[in-house]
Design a protein around this ligand. Sequence first.
Ligand code: PFF
Length: 472
Amino acid sequence: MPDTRGSIHGQWSSRFVFILAAVGSAVGLGNIWKFPYITGENGGGAFVLVYLVCIALIGVPIMMAEILIGRRGRQSPINTMRVLVADEQANPAWRWLGWLGVVTGFLILSYYSVIAGWALAYVFRAGAGLFTGADADSVSTLFGALLGSPESMLAWHTIFMVMTMVVVARGVRGGLEKAVTLLMPALFVLLVLLVFYAMYQGAFARGVEFLFNADFSKVFQHCESLESGGPASCRFTGEPLLIALGHAFFTLSLGMGAIMVYGSYMPGNASIARATLIIVAADTVAALLAGLAIFPIVFANGLEPAAGPGLIFQTLPIAFGSMPGGRLFGTLFFVLLTFAAWTSAISLIEPAVAWLVENRGIARVPAAIAVGVLAWVLGIGSVLSFNLWSGESFQLFGKTWFDLMDYLTANILLPLGGLFIALFAGWVMSRAASRGELRMGDRRGYRTWRFLVRYVSPWLVVIVFLNAIGLI
Ligand code: PFF
């Protein structure tokens, strides 16, 4: 019955727009801010390889599963799960999967908006020429000044959250489509330009080696910088595996219903398999380009690859400060980074907003405000994590509020959500249902997908979990 349902929220105007919107969701802070610093903290090349394996064996099949579930249900993840549970006469407990996604989205958005606020702040710093002639020290002082001021971080966090609420309030087509179409190609062009800069001005060979030379003794080594710019302390642990797995989910926006809700607005005739491959390829290329732009500058300036969440804010300004046209490019870069974060944040909030509209009969505007304000309040904890609450007395399990939110969502809740999505699509949905929705002419393609989603992806997630808690 796939095409008999329609979404009350509207539909993307074409399959191309669906792909752009999904790439807009996938490509964000995860690629440009997070991927380089977690790669730096987890030893480089071997970590990248594990991450790529996770993308291929877990990311691709689960993304297909998420899109197909969304398009079949054509509602917010919570209601989609309700409808599909009824269709398949499955255990009602599966309905919790939709709720898990909505809660995870909230938690991610709360800290995502804080980091996006940094990008926004940097638009104005770059525009004011503050990086001109800057070296590693002055850039790090400038970054420290932002982190040390809860007021200004809170202000940027607020502005970004309002931006997110405004777009979501305007609905699926109202503005978002146009923004994504214009901005995503521009972001890619700028990333390539920065890679060229790194090629000529940075320690490119060392950067490439760090990123692609897989030294497996290092994948079990997790390093943390002692203080900004200080030497890193490293220890051996299975944690990098879990971080690579979690990041595969985070960067592809999987495991929380964002891609599911976008799938629910997808035209019925578009190929889910083809769209998935394009989205995954674009996302991976964006992350690798970011790594190639950043590590050569890190090494050329004697910076620490394990500098943590501040990595790109302490490396790229040095490049912008010395390159011809750096003021313009720097400003543009942070504008585009903000837009990349924006198109992702929208997908974090959309599942909850769609649900409020469907179930509570609330209009989009108040629904977007309600969800945004709640995530904003939660985000204050992340703002304070970098200053007033950074001390040990405010930490839980040795982590600040920000670290805890990041760890809990990316490394636990998203993989858990993804695991259940795979199990639902692979074991609960009938073959006729998944096959009908995927519409894969190619029988071998369908069989490969079903095999991966039933046996490979879930097991890999379980194994990495067990490893992380020390059971294997
Ligand atoms: N994929 C986004 C990024 O890489 O920045 C983050 C994200 C968006 C995660 C939406 C999860 C999500 F549902």
